[in-house]
Design a protein around this ligand. Structure first.
Ligand SMILES: *[C@@H]1O[C@H](CO)[C@@H](O)[C@H](O)[C@H]1NC(C)=O
Ligand SMILES: *[C@@H]1O[C@H](CO)[C@@H](O)[C@H](O)[C@H]1NC(C)=O
Ligand SMILES: *[C@@H]1O[C@H](CO)[C@@H](O)[C@H](O)[C@H]1NC(C)=O
Ligand SMILES: *[C@@H]1O[C@H](CO)[C@@H](O)[C@H](O)[C@H]1NC(C)=O
Length: 510
């Protein structure tokens, strides 16, 4: 009852004086989690979104095109053989073998999202090939077969390669499909080492087209394989990002992938859940989440939007964990843990229990409420602080003070984590009950303020400084991130860099 009315009080307070702090102050003090009752069940399922802007797509494209190319070569093509009628010489059997593409150069490429998918085009592509040539023929003039062999260098020029990728949410995972893939060779130049004078034109006439289509086929086939590996990689991304020993973020994809002509957006559930112990904590700081909304004005590569529900789900989860009861028996000013230290503040306490040790029993009556506005991120926490006197092996609760703590948080990005540092914005206190008569709250207030500043906040900040891992694929790191606050959500707009340290990702995109 009391906590309800306090909460209402806080709510109306919030409207007037909005304070904010990202994460859940105290919740994060939790040291053990149990199954609990305070499940947080919001209606809309998407609370973290990621959008990749055109700049981000360009970055990914560079990475993928470069990787794809280096993994493409050397590319072996099947032998080509043909019997041609050569003027004067007659019917000649010719074979090109050991055909190898050993160099590919892509001068320009582009990526464009659209309603049907993401189109990637590479143009002006040049491929260098080496091969062996062989021919044989016989004529009535000479009864033996005539043959010769040598090497040839072929350059395939101004080739176009285009592909369209479809992206779908399939049961919570991303599905990448190759919708369309084609290439087109415009020009070929052939250089032969040795051979008879008629051979050059013979090879050009007989093989120009075949070499072109062999190159097209080989590249298309290889790209198709690459895309299906990338798809397996996406499919293998975990649906949970571990946050600590006990909790994870649910990064199950929800809703359709949002394809516009300037960005690709993903939405994930994004709420805290109890951690599945089979998800290794090592992957913690690098994983994959998504969703779009803010950052529209930004030239950054990606935008990650988090609804305040994400933080409140953490709050509810940690609340369940019964972090709620915390006995404070170590504080910087130890004199406050003896009634002597309170002699002038609560004289009757000292009189009744002279020189007794004390502790404080902190308990939260509801999960901290996190609110984000376009100015601030903050949390409100309602705490019951019971003053206990210790007598031999007895704990005697003597009074209980209700606190409404409003904290404001400074947010920043550290690595791929969103970290917070909270400051006390304001607090109200009232006497809930007392066995030692009335207390002079104005005298107690500075002491409580000190306790909050020196005990609560440092403890909360230790946890908050570890932060919330943002859903970024391992191997990519955020750079030049900025945080934008808005009503009930915040966005991290950022560039990304690839560290090459993700062997799995590198493997899959080859
Ligand atoms: C086949 O081509 C590769 C590279 O172009 C070359 O190293 C190798 O010697 C060739 N093999 C034969 C049998 O010609
Ligand atoms: C994770 O989110 C998905 C999609 O919203 C939901 O179906 C699933 O139950 C959630 N998982 C847990 C463990 O809550
Ligand atoms: C958004 O973009 C417009 C025009 O490009 C600019 O005038 C405005 O200041 C930008 N707003 C922010 C918050 O950057
Ligand atoms: C702390 O206080 C709560 C109620 O505020 C009570 O339920 C709990 O038993 C107390 N814990 C200890 C160890 O005294």
């Amino acid at each position: 009852m009391l906590s309800l009315s306090l909460q209402q009080m806080i709510k109306s307070n919030f409207r007037k004086r909005i304070t904010m702090t990202p994460f859940l102050v105290l919740l994060l003090l939790a040291s053990s989690l149990n199954h609990g009752y305070a499940q947080f069940h919001p209606k809309n399922e998407a609370f973290i979104s990621l959008s990749i802007t055109q700049n981000g797509l360009d970055f990914m494209k560079e990475l993928l095109v470069n990787k794809a190319i280096s993994s493409l070569i050397p590319l072996q093509l099947p032998n080509i053989e043909k019997t041609s009628k050569i003027p004067v010489v007659g019917n000649v059997y010719m074979v090109l073998s050991n055909i190898t593409i050993y160099h590919i150069y892509v001068p320009s490429s582009s990526v464009k999202p659209g309603e049907t998918g993401i189109s990637i085009t590479a143009s002006g592509v040049t491929c260098d090939l080496s091969m062996n040539w062989y021919y044989s023929y016989s004529t009535w003039l000479v009864p033996v077969e005539i043959s010769d062999r040598g090497r040839a260098e072929v350059q395939v020029k101004s080739m176009e390669v285009g592909l369209t990728l479809g992206l779908e949410n399939q049961e919570g995972s991303l599905k990448l499909k190759l919708k369309d893939c084609g290439s087109n060779v415009k020009d070929i130049s052939i250089k032969l080492d040795g051979g008879a004078s008629w051979l050059y034109q013979g090879v050009v006439d007989a093989f120009e087209e075949k070499i072109g289509s062999a190159v097209e086929n080989a590249i298309t086939k290889k790209l198709t394989k690459g895309i299906s590996r990338l798809d397996s990689y996406l499919e293998s991304l975990p649906k949970e990002v571990p946050v600590d020993d006990h909790t994870s973020l649910n990064v199950t994809f929800v809703n359709d992938v949002l394809l516009s002509d300037s960005s690709v957006g993903f939405e994930t559930n994004g709420l805290f859940i109890e951690r599945n112990p089979s998800v290794p904590i090592l992957d913690l700081y690098h994983n994959n989440l998504k969703l779009p909304i803010l950052c529209t004005n930004s030239s950054k590569m990606v935008g990650i939007t988090l609804d305040e529900a994400v933080f409140n789900s953490a709050s509810a989860l940690y609340y369940d964990a019964k972090f709620m009861h915390w006995i404070v028996d170590q504080i910087p000013d130890q004199s406050l843990l003896n009634t002597a230290g309170w002699r002038f503040i609560i004289p009757q306490l000292y009189k009744k229990y002279p020189n007794h040790d004390m502790n404080f029993n902190i308990s939260l009556s509801s999960p901290p409420v996190v609110e984000i506005s376009n100015q601030k991120a903050g949390a409100i926490t309602i705490v019951d602080m019971t003053i206990d006197v210790l007598e031999e092996d007895k704990v005697i609760p003597v009074a209980c003070i209700s606190l409404v703590i409003q904290a404001t948080g400074a947010l920043k990005i550290s690595g791929n984590n969103l970290v917070g540092d909270i400051r006390l914005n304001d607090f109200q206190m009232s006497l809930k009950w007392s066995k030692i008569g009335n207390l002079r709250m104005y005298l107690i207030q500075p002491v409580v303020w000190t306790l909050i500043e020196t005990v609560f906040l440092p403890h909360a900040n230790t946890r908050l400084n570890k932060g919330l891992p943002l859903p970024i694929i391992h191997g990519f790191i955020l750079q030049n991130a900025e945080i934008i606050l808005s009503t009930s959500r915040l966005a991290v707009c950022s560039d990304v860099a690839f560290t090459e340290s993700n062997k799995r990702f590198s493997y899959f995109i080859q």
